[in-house]
Ligand binder design. Structure first.
Ligand code: AMP
Ligand code: MG
Length: 439
């Protein structure tokens, strides 16, 4: 990397300036470099529900069988399958009812030849029984009480033959004691959480969430609160980025706004402790190059990159001490798009994810999209299902300062850098903004 070269004067001319940067990276190259700089974070134990969307740092091994005992899959009569041989509606088999087993209780007696036990779904299968006949296949509905009373043995007529094991759930048929249930690296989805609960695991060992510090730069940028004076704009980036960080599974830490003043930036960043990633916005375009470079070189290492991406060409990446720093462009849409292409994959990798590609569908563009300048163009679109395919309609103004049109979009259509334009009808990848990728 060329981090240490570059102009020292704050008024360096643009031509000298870009000599010193590693310019013209593709989106994929830039992402690879950033990903190479981060690793999955250390393991922590968290309460089961907090582990949703996080990644197992150790395999989970079952401490017992699931289900823990053999039980009935239906409401009906537990029988010995051989006793039902030949049973039909015309020639029912009559068995005597010796017990009733409800879920949660233990059968008091065994089922012997010629006998049956009335049983509920989830109840322990009595000793001796090996199948269950459903109520629907007995005369349960049109006869009286089923249990012996006042010396009267209760009987049940069985209308259908059952095979051994029919309507029975065997102990351990889902999970066997000692079995590796979920390997390390598993993303914990809701079903995994339930599976861990079925094994009585109240704490889970996962890669911890990255803490992500977020800092805005710009003399004109004002945080929420005071009224804007002429020439000032509101700091929206920190909030967009914090929301994106949270949606990506990180813990955002808002550092507010600093002026375009190297000392102020330096002081603010020096105070940052215990974070895994720093995101800044603004101050990385040509006019600001010296500012960012001086500050960050004094504190660590920094590279300025021009990435072939639209919106959002200028970007910085480096280190403040041990902490990686991703310098995003100031324009709100550029910061949004660049975060999704570079920041989110870094966070997912820190979380232990092995797949950080955004969810994508192929869709047909309903309007042409221009694309000059050999950059990968991310076009905000509304994606809809139309019969057998998806169609994507560009929404609103596409300027890199127009956040309102991003707010209306549910996808980013990806126009490849090799295309000079994407005509209406072209089929392109669309990154989904709404899909819950969420950790
Ligand atoms: P810069 O990258 O610093 O040249 O900023 C590019 C544009 O983004 C300028 O119009 C800035 O006013 C605007 N901008 C920079 N930071 C923010 C922010 N935190 N929130 C909203 N807009 C910003
Ligand atoms: Mg600025």
């Amino acid at each position: 990397m060329t981090s240490s070269r570059g102009p020292s004067s704050p008024h360096a001319r643009a031509d000298r300036l870009w000599e010193s940067v590693e310019s013209l990276l593709s989106v994929d190259e830039a992402r690879e470099r950033i990903l190479a700089a981060v690793s999955p974070l250390p393991a922590v134990r968290v309460p089961l529900l907090e582990a949703l969307g996080l990644v197992l740092a150790r395999p989970v091994v079952a401490g017992h069988d699931v289900p823990p005992f053999t039980n009935s899959a239906m409401d009906g009569y537990a029988v010995r399958a051989e006793d039902t041989a030949g049973a039909s509606y015309e020639r029912p088999v009559t068995l005597s009812v010796v017990a009733e087993v409800a879920a949660g209780s233990r059968p008091a007696v065994a089922v012997g030849p010629g006998q049956a036990a009335r049983i509920m779904t989830g109840a322990v299968l009595p000793e001796g029984a090996d199948a269950v006949v459903r109520f629907e296949e007995t005369d349960e509905w049109d006869a009286g009480p089923r249990l012996a009373s006042a010396g009267q043995p209760a009987e049940i007529r069985i209308f259908r033959r059952v095979k051994t094991g029919e309507n029975v759930r065997l102990a351990g048929e889902d999970i066997r004691a000692g079995q590796e249930v979920l390997p390390s690296g598993t993303v914990l989805r809701p079903a995994c959480i339930g599976l861990l609960a079925s094994l009585n695991l109240r704490w889970v060992t996962v890669h911890r969430r990255p803490r992500v510090a977020i800092l805005a730069t710009g003399n004109e940028v004002v945080d929420l609160g005071p009224e804007l004076l002429p020439g000032q704009i509101r700091n929206s980036n920190n909030y967009t980025l914090a929301a994106l960080v949270r949606q990506s599974g990180g813990e955002p830490i808002l550092l507010g706004v600093v002026r375009d003043d190297p000392d102020e930036i330096r002081l603010r960043l020096r105070k940052v402790r215990g974070v895994d990633l720093i995101l800044t916005s603004g101050g990385v375009s040509i006019g600001d190059y010296d500012l960012v470079k001086h500050v960050l070189q004094a504190e660590g290492r920094i590279d300025l990159w021009q990435v072939r991406i639209k919106p959002g060409k200028p970007m910085a990446f480096g280190w403040i001490g041990e902490v990686p720093l991703l310098g995003l462009p100031g324009n709100p849409v550029a910061a949004f798009v660049a975060f999704l292409q570079f920041g989110r994959p870094a966070i997912l990798k820190m979380l232990g994810y092995r797949d950080w590609a955004p969810p994508i569908v192929r869709a047909r563009l309903l309007a042409p999209c221009e694309n000059r300048g050999q950059r990968r163009h991310f076009v905000r679109v509304l994606l809809e299902r139309a019969g057998e395919e998806y169609v994507a309609r560009p929404v609103g103004e596409q300027g890199s300062g127009i956040l309102s049109s991003v707010a209306l979009a549910n996808g980013l259509a990806v126009i490849p850098e090799q295309w000079n334009e994407a005509p209406a009808g072209a089929v392109v990848d669309v990154q989904l903004l709404d899909a819950s990728w969420v950790p």
